[in-house]
Design a protein around this ligand. Structure first.
Ligand code: MN9
Length: 300
């Protein structure tokens, strides 16, 4: 059951209109661009989607809009993690109504909760998801919550918790999850570690840079499966040369700047307190965007 959710999912960016509302047209355009270039599905409302900067109503709106656009075309995973269980449960119900194949959640952030509190949060989300399975979003660098292997094992023993979005550079932990919990759907979270992740047992990935160059990861994965590892590494290195600049300039504003320049979304802005890309990066990003749009035409 879990293995059939393996694949590449874009961690969808959320475009906004000039007056800071959810841009429904931008979302549709972005979803269709992504799906026409080799990505299998969409991960909605995660870190890249800036969900924690949106009101609960806006998060619901995005979940519904994207589900509507993907219906009959591609599977969607809905991120429902929030500061409080109540909001997460509400969003999990929305995902169930809208036909999401899975829900996913960061641990509850800001307040330091006991492990028991965190496990109960996940159990309650699963309970609200009406049978839709859950993928734990393990991202200690941003959530501040470090799961040990034992913790992950405990979470995975909750009924209907089927997988982990493993956004951790420690490939030893990736390999151990794969080895010790072989039935787990294990999805790589850092695009710059994609090759290392799939080599360590990940059965797919969720990535922010799949918004703008998903086809490269599809190619990389195919090369890996064929045992052409040096060529796979070359593709990874080409991706990472871009990710290096994104990390320096700010990943999410950088991705949106590029998507805007590619003509896929109508405005490049992220929600405050994110700041716009510093002008010193504009030329570099513009050149990258022009190269990527050209490359995308060759693959579609
Ligand atoms: O969803 C993304 N995680 C975060 C996955 O942004 C926290 C990644 O795709 C990263 O943005 C990317 C750059 O570090 O690997």
């Amino acid at each position: 059951m879990m293995k059939n959710l393996s694949g590449l999912y874009a961690a969808l960016a959320t475009p906004y209109t000039e007056d800071d509302a959810i841009d429904a047209n931008g979302l549709k355009s972005l979803v269709n661009f992504i799906l026409s270039h080799g990505v299998d599905g969409i991960y909605v409302g995660g870190s890249t989607g800036e969900s924690l900067l949106q009101t609960p109503e806006e998060r619901e709106e995005v979940l519904r809009l994207v589900a509507g656009e993907c219906r009959g075309k591609a599977p969607v995973i809905g991120h429902v993690g929030a500061l409080g269980t109540k909001e997460s449960k509400r969003l999990a119900r929305v995902c169930a109504e809208e036909g999401y194949v899975a829900v996913s959640a960061i641990p509850p952030v800001y307040y330091p909760h006991s492990k028991k509190g965190i496990f109960t949060y996940y159990s309650e989300i699963v309970g609200a998801a009406c049978g839709v399975p859950l993928i734990v979003y393990n991202i200690p660098a941003m959530s501040g919550v470090k799961f040990t292997l034992k913790d992950l094992g405990e979470l995975l023993s909750i009924r209907n918790v089927i997988g982990v979005k493993q956004t951790v550079v420690d490939m030893y932990q990736m390999e151990r999850i794969h080895r010790l919990f072989p039935d787990t759907l294990l999805l790589n979270g850092y695009d710059e570690c994609f090759l290392a992740g799939i080599a360590s047992g990940a059965q797919g990935a969720i990535g922010s840079t799949f918004n703008m160059m998903g086809w490269r990861y599809k190619k990389l994965w195919a090369l890996f499966k064929e045992g052409r590892n040096e060529e796979a590494l070359q593709v990874q290195s080409r991706c990472n040369a871009i990710i290096d600049v994104l990390v320096e300039a700010g990943v999410f504003p950088g991705i949106k700047f590029i998507l805007h320049r590619m003509g896929i979304i109508g405005s490049p802005y992220c929600r405050a307190p994110f700041t716009a890309v510093d002008p010193i990066y504009h030329d570099t990003f513009a050149a990258l965007a022009d190269g990527l749009i050209e490359e995308s035409r060759q693959v579609s």
